[in-house]
Design a protein around this ligand. Sequence first.
Ligand code: SAH
Ligand code: SF4
Ligand code: F3S
Length: 468
Amino acid sequence: MNPDMYMQRLRARTDKETLAVGRRPRFFINTYGCQMNARESEQLSGALELAGFEPAPLETEADLVLYNTCCVRENAENKIIGNLGLSKFRKETKPDLIVVFCGCMAREKEMLAYLTERHGYIDIIFGTNNRRRFPEMLCKFLETGQRVIDVSDDAQTDAPESDMDARALVARHRQYKTGVNVMYGCDNFCAYCIVPYVRGRERSREPGDILREVAALADDGVKEIMLLGQNVNSYGANLKSPVTFAELLRKVNGVGKLSRIRFMTSHPKDFSDELIDALRDCEKVCKSVHLPLQSGSGRVLAAMNRRYTQEGYLALTERLRASVPGVAITTDIIVGFPGETEEDFLETLRVVNRVRFEGAFTFLYSKREGTPAAKMSDAVPAQIMKDRFKRLLETVNPIILAKNQSRVGETVQVMAEDDPPGKNGTLTGRADDNTLVHFCGKNPVAPGELLNVRITEAKTFYLTGTEA
Ligand code: SAH
Ligand code: SF4
Ligand code: F3S
């Protein structure tokens, strides 16, 4: 059936309910995980609004609660299972509450079995690559009262280019910035990572579709776009007419009304010189690169199946710093990968001291069933992992603080955020490299506006300043 038919049937239902109850049914979305999930939640909000629901101000006021989940680490999953408790509890007194569970966690076999058996109050479960059939599933559930569980991978039939959902353009979390998927899935199979299993094979969207979506967003008031993919550097290789990510970036840079373009994530193994040139040349592209290191030890990198060496990584960061003045390099680091020795860990610290990252997300290794690393012996004892984690932070954070302190006295361009003003009317914004900036403005500013701010004080996680 035509997907719009389901939308019309949902709309007819919610219109009737609205007449009977005097208000539209309300939805609330709990989003976990990466930027991709954040963007996909916006698309699901768009679908729900089109179906006649309206956003609830609070989760406890919602008639439909949706959990868009992440399974990249165990603690993320535990938190989500904990948060489900609120819906379980609410359903006891509000039996018509609709509970929807979707995203990466739903695509893990054992998790799905556990959710199906032990969380009977969940009404609809779907996966990652079949989310465009959510209206159909919701319609079926409302019409039959029967639970709907479908985590199939529609990637083959559901072409990525059909992604453009006009309504999702409007249903944004923030009006002035959003993400745009350029590709889905991942084929890299890093030994520790579950993403390739839950997100499926790598597929790139056609550049024309991406550009149309970006232009439509810019026309609708978006100032900043983050181009999203698990590994944007391999974008376009498998398209009928192959395109490189650097070429795509240059095209997006040509969209008139945008002020800023970001992209995430870059895999160091195929960061081309062509991309470095594009980064240098494109005036709207923020001079910041998220370049996950994961480990500094060549031995661990090989065991992780990362396909680059410490030397290769260092050479790439040196090329970046030499070619793109002022570039900010941020990273992800995992400590305690199976078999990581003290010497391996010291190699990671060595790279941190050499590259001097502008920011770093640090993680304790988390075993994910089904990945090659889950079968590896010689797990690092928890206490040693924690100790290394602490030492890593003690190395990373002072560097970030020193870098931030060196910006005191500089004038940086900041994009105003829509956070409510703090005490004394302080506003928040983001610098080109995404550093948080708290500042005093001269005049009222609109979110998404670019301003010059003179930095007066620096902390590890933010800068303070005054509008210049
Ligand atoms: N595609 C992106 C990142 C996806 S996951 C990339 O390749 O960089 C984000 C980060 O989570 C990873 O960079 C990694 O540092 C971390 N991560 C992934 N799996 C993990 C695991 N099993 N344990 C701990 N951290 C993990
Ligand atoms: Fe996971 Fe590696 Fe793919 Fe990133 S590139 S999503 S870390 S498998
Ligand atoms: Fe998490 Fe899935 Fe993103 S596992 S990090 S939400 S791709």
